[in-house]
Design a protein. Structure first.
Length: 80
């Protein structure tokens, strides 16, 4: 479901969109603007995911990790 909203853009941008949307194979001015907004939202969501991923990696890196091979090595490791 689409939500109706009002927003403001620069006059020069509006004039460009008004002249170019048909040449770019958009059915309407609204379709052009919706797609531009959707692309920006996708880009911003990706940035936020990347930031969260980096933060998680930093948290993981700060944790002390147990040596998983310590239990199998021991003193007589080479004799096994």
């Amino acid at each position: 479901m689409l939500v109706q909203s009002k927003f403001q853009i620069e006059k020069k941008d509006y004039e460009f969109i008004k002249k170019a949307y048909r040449q770019l194979s958009y059915k309407s001015l609204s379709e052009y603007i919706r797609e531009a907004i959707n692309n920006k939202i996708k880009e911003d969501r990706k940035k936020i995911r990347d930031l969260k991923r980096l933060k998680a990696m930093e948290m993981i890196n700060q944790e002390n990790h147990d040596n998983a091979f310590e239990t199998i090595e021991g003193e007589n490791f080479e004799e096994r």
